[in-house]
Design a protein around this ligand. Structure first.
Ligand code: NAD
Length: 366
């Protein structure tokens, strides 16, 4: 009943939808909502359909948190929770998705109660006016296929628009978007991207946004490990981290990982880093491991040799499989190497193995 009522009262063409209210999505959705609705309160003719903001997340607490944080600020304005991606598609003409990986993108777009199913119940005109902006960092080829299906079967447009800038950038609205897809779809997306980010660059056809993002994160992972090795060697040779970092950062070794996200604690006294706060509040090691996996898949598909990329992925896979490191900022590779140097990691593993052997009565076989 409510859904039918909403369909009649919501101006779908000007309604926005957002799916995936996690670490990144909740800040992005908040900016999109606030900047879209800012200053327009009460300016709509109450007898006519009006734009709304429709949200969905598979994890109910994430959806409820977003609603409790925002609905009060917009009393009388429609911030609508949907019960599925299909529900979002029926109400909103422009839909942003920010999901963990390609698996969830497939589910949300093409699965049961997905966006495609939602569009199938609408007129050709409504389908054609629909724009999907997928900001997930996922597999490039899978993203191209989903966009092709959406276009071919429904006549709707879809762009890949992965981001850099992290959770802080998402909250502050300073993200950079790398966009792949038709020029016309990019132009329609621009006003919305401008509300969530400081930069949005059209990189070319479908999949090109992800291609740029994947190449950037490949380099980021490699340069982080290089920086961690240099900082650890400096420590072993008796150098203070701030002296070494200050010289690297005015010399040829300088990079984002040495300057803004230095992996050694207390290396940049004027720039607080995740390393200074126990490697919390950054880009998680498990996400870096996922992104390096995407780079290696793309390398395999295109026949590109990535010797350093492979080594980097092996190290981040280890971090992603380890409870102590997987949910820490990816600069924690420094701590991983430091523990390896001091034998702490090896000793810990040895201790665990001994305890397991003792518990299972396997001691004699060791
Ligand atoms: P997250 O896990 O915090 O958030 C993902 C959200 O999607 C969660 O709220 C989850 O409940 C929801 N979700 C999962 N499956 C769903 C489904 N089937 N239907 C609806 N909702 C579903 O992840 P995040 O950190 O926000 O990252 C999102 C994407 O952005 C990832 O691809 C990541 O690689 C990329 N990214 C993250 C960062 C970062 O610093 N966290 C930076 C740049 C890019």
């Amino acid at each position: 009943m409510r859904a039918t009522l909403l369909l009649r009262t919501v101006d779908r063409a000007n309604t926005l939808g957002f799916i995936g209210l996690g670490a990144m999505g909740r800040g992005m959705a908040a900016n999109l909502l606030n900047k879209t609705f800012a200053g327009t309160q009460g300016q709509y003719d109450p007898s006519k359909p009006k734009p709304a903001f429709v949200v969905y997340d598979a994890y109910a607490p994430a959806l409820n948190k977003f609603l409790s944080e925002h609905t009060r600020a917009y009393a009388g304005r429609d911030i609508v929770p949907a019960s599925s991606p299909a529900g979002v598609a029926r109400l909103a003409g422009t839909i942003v998705t920010m999901l963990p990986s390609s698996k969830e993108v497939d589910e949300v777009y093409l699965g049961e109660n997905g966006l495609k199913e939602g569009l199938e119940s609408l007129s050709d005109e409504k389908r054609a006016e629909t724009l999907f902006i997928d900001c997930t960092t996922g597999d490039r080829e899978e993203a191209i296929q989903v966009a092709e299906t959406i276009k071919h079967d429904l006549g709707a447009s879809m762009i890949d628009a992965p981001v850099s800038g992290g959770v802080v950038g998402a909250e502050k609205g300073t993200l950079s978007f790398m966009v792949g897809g038709p020029e016309e779809a990019f132009q329609r997306a621009e006003p919305h991207l401008a509300k969530m980010g400081a930069r949005y660059i059209h990189c070319g056809e479908s999949g090109h946004g992800l291609a740029v993002k994947i190449c950037n994160n490949l380099l980021l992972g490699i340069s982080m490990i290089g920086t961690a090795e240099a900082m650890l060697l400096g420590r072993s040779l008796g150098l203070s981290p701030d002296l070494l970092a200050s010289i690297i950062n005015t010399s040829t070794g300088r990079c984002w990982s040495s300057e803004t996200n230095n992996p050694a604690p207390k290396a940049t006294p004027t720039v607080p880093t995740p390393a200074d706060r126990g490697y919390t509040g950054g880009f998680l090691s498990k996400l870096m491991s996922k992104d390096l996996g995407l780079a290696l898949t793309s390398a395999e598909q295109s026949g590109t040799p990535l010797p350093l990329g492979k080594l980097t992925q092996t190290l981040y896979q280890r971090l992603a499989a380890h409870d102590e490191f997987k949910d820490k900022d990816f600069s924690v590779i420094y701590e991983y190497l430091r523990q390896a140097q001091e034998g702490g990691f090896a000793k810990k593993m040895e201790g665990k193995a001994k305890a397991k052997a003792a518990a299972g009565g396997l001691g004699a076989k060791q």
